[in-house]
Design a protein around this ligand. Structure first.
Ligand SMILES: Cc1cc2nc3c(=O)[nH]c(=O)nc-3n(C[C@H](O)[C@H](O)[C@H](O)COP(=O)(O)O)c2cc1C
Ligand SMILES: [Fe+2]
Ligand SMILES: [Fe+2]
Length: 395
C-alpha cells in the first residue's frame, strides 16, 4: 500500500535498517530513509531515486504507483549515490524516461552512469508543465554538492528540497510529520546537518533566502519525515545552524587516559552548573562518536575542550575533533580550555593556537595542570567554569 503526500503525489521511499554508518562514517542508531516521490498527472514524474541496494523494492513501488502508465520524467535534485544510485537501472527499465537536471547534474550523470541522452536541461526559475501541476526549479549549489537543486510544485505548494531539512532515522509507519511522534528526529536532523552540511552555512543561507519568496506548505526532503505541521521548525533549525548561532549551553569535550583531565572537565562542569548553566553536555572523545560531538558544537554557544599532552601533542582523538571543527569553519563560539601534562606541556599551547585559528572568543584563563589536581588547579577550573557561565548570560 503506497502512501500519498497529496492527491497526486506518492511517497516511494525506502528504509535502510542495515547500514551501520551513513557515508561509511556516521553511525545510524535509528537507520535512515531514502525518499523518492512520484507525481501522477498528465505527465508522470519521479523525484530522485534511492540507494541502489534498494532498487528492486523501489522499482516495485514505482510500478504499483504508475499502474500501467509510462514514466515520463525523472527529476534529479541531487547526484549523491544514496539517491542517484538507481538511475542506470531505472533507465534500463524505462528507456524513454526524460531526465531533468541542470548542467552540473548532467556532468555527473555522464561520469557516474554514462548517460548522455534523453536529457531535459533546466536553469534557475525554469518551469515544467505536467498538466494540472507545474514545477519550477531553483538551484541550491553546495547544499551540500554543486549540482543540488530544489523543485517546487506550484499547484500543491510542495517543495522537493534535496537533502535539506532531512534527518537520519527510518520512517516507522507514517511518512508525514503530523501522523507521527517526531521527537527523536530533531536531534538527528542537527547531527545530519552538522556533519554533512555544516561546512556550507553560507550556501544554505542563500538557498533559504531564495525559498523565502515561495509559499511552501509541504517539504519533501530526501531523508526522514515529510514536513508539513512542523515545516517552520525545520526551516528555523536550518536557519539557526547555517548562521552558526549557538543556543545557551556548553559542550565540554575532553580526552583522558588516566582520569586527570577528566577530573578537570568534571570540575568545570560542576562550576558551570553551580553558576546556573543548565544545558551542559560532556563528551569523552574516546566514547562519543565525533558526529555527536559536532552536533553539540553546532548546537551550543559555549565550547570547552580539555586534553592531556600526549607525545608532545594533543590526545590524538581530541586533535581529530579539532580538525573536524576546523573543516566546518564553525563561527562565533565562546571558548574555554584546559590541559594536563607530566613533564613538558603541549596541550594548552595547541588549544591556544586552535582558538586563534577559529577566531573564537576565549573566555577565562586556560588551566594547565601538572600531574595530579592541586587545590590551586581545582580553584582555576572552578573559576573557568564561572567565567564561562557569566559570559553565557550576556548572549
Ligand atoms: C603515551 C603517553 C604520552 C605522553 N606524552 C607526554 C608528553 O609528551 N609530555 C608530557 O608532559 N606528558 C606526557 N604524558 C603524560 C600525560 O600528559 C599526563 O600523565 C597527564 O596527566 C595525563 O592526563 P590523563 O590522566 O587525563 O590521561 C604522556 C602520557 C602517556 C600515557
Ligand atoms: Fe547528499
Ligand atoms: Fe542524501
Amino acid at each position: 500500500m503506497l502512501k500519498k503526500i497529496t492527491e497526486d503525489i506518492f511517497y516511494l521511499g525506502v528504509n535502510d535498517r542495515q547500514k551501520h554508518r551513513f557515508e561509511n562514517l556516521w553511525p545510524l542508531p535509528y537507520g535512515v530513509s531514502y525518499n523518492s516521490y512520484l507525481i501522477v498527472d498528465e505527465k508522470t514524474v519521479l523525484m530522485d531515486t534511492v540507494d541502489v541496494c534498494y532498487a528492486d523494492l523501489f522499482f516495485h513501488k514505482i510500478e504499483e504507483a504508475l499502474n500501467g502508465r509510462p514514466l515520463d520524467y525523472l527529476v534529479l535534485n541531487h547526484m549523491e549515490p544514496d539517491h542517484a544510485g538507481s538511475i542506470r537501472l531505472l533507465r534500463r527499465q524505462y528507456p524513454d524516461v526524460q531526465i531533468v537536471g541542470n548542467s552540473k547534474t548532467f556532468g555527473m550523470l555522464a561520469g557516474y552512469h554514462g548517460i548522455t541522452d534523453g536529457l531535459h536541461e533546466v536553469k534557475e526559475g525554469d518551469t515544467l508543465a505536467l498538466g494540472r501541476h507545474t514545477l519550477s526549479f531553483y538551484m541550491a549549489p553546495m547544499v551540500h554538492w554543486p549540482e543540488v537543486m530544489m523543485t517546487y510544485d506550484q499547484t500543491d505548494k510542495v517543495l522537493f528540497s534535496a537533502d535539506a531539512f532531512g534527518t537520519f532515522g527510518t520512517l516507522d509507519g507514517a511518512v508525514i510529520d503530523a501522523d507521527m511522534n517526531t521527537d527523536h528526529y530533531w536531534e538527528e536532523m542537527k547531527r545530519y546537518y552538522a556533519n554533512i552540511v555544516g561546512k556550507y552555512g553560507s550556501p544554505v543561507q542563500k538557498a533559504l533566502q531564495k525559498l523565502s519568496g515561495l509559499d511552501v506548505q509541504t517539504i519533501c526532503s530526501l531523508h526522514g519525515p515529510v514536513w508539513r505541521e512542523h515545516k517552520d521548525k525545520a526551516i528555523a533549525i536550518y536557519d539557526q545552524l547555517s548562521r552558526y548561532e549557538g543556543e545557551e549551553g556548553v559542550v565540554i569535550i575532553f580526552g583522558s587516559m588516566y582520569g586527570h583531565t577528566e577530573q578537570m572537565a568534571e570540575t568545570v562542569a560542576h562550576s558551570l552548573a553551580e553558576s546556573g548553566v543548565k544545558n551542559i553536555v560532556i563528551h569523552d572523545v574516546s566514547k562519543s562518536h565525533a558526529s555527536y560531538i559536532l552536533r553539540d558544537v553546532f548546537k551550543y554557544k559555549g565550547v570547552m575542550i580539555g586534553s592531556p599532552t600526549y607525545s608532545n601533542q594533543l590526545f590524538p582523538e581530541v586533535e581529530a575533533v579539532l580538525s573536524k571543527i576546523q573543516v566546518r569553519e564553525v563561527k562565533n563560539r565562546l571558548f574555554g580550555y584546559f590541559g594536563s601534562f607530566s613533564w613538558a606541556g603541549a596541550a594548552v599551547k595547541r588549544l591556544t593556537a586552535f582558538a586563534e585559528q577559529m577566531k573564537w572568543e576565549v573566555v577565562g584563563e586556560p588551566v594547565e595542570q601538572k600531574q595530579g589536581m592541586s587545590p590551586d588547579d581545582q580553584a582555576k577550573c572552578v573559576a573557568l567554569g564561572k567565567e564561562m557561565a557569566m559570559r553565557m548570560k550576556k548572549i
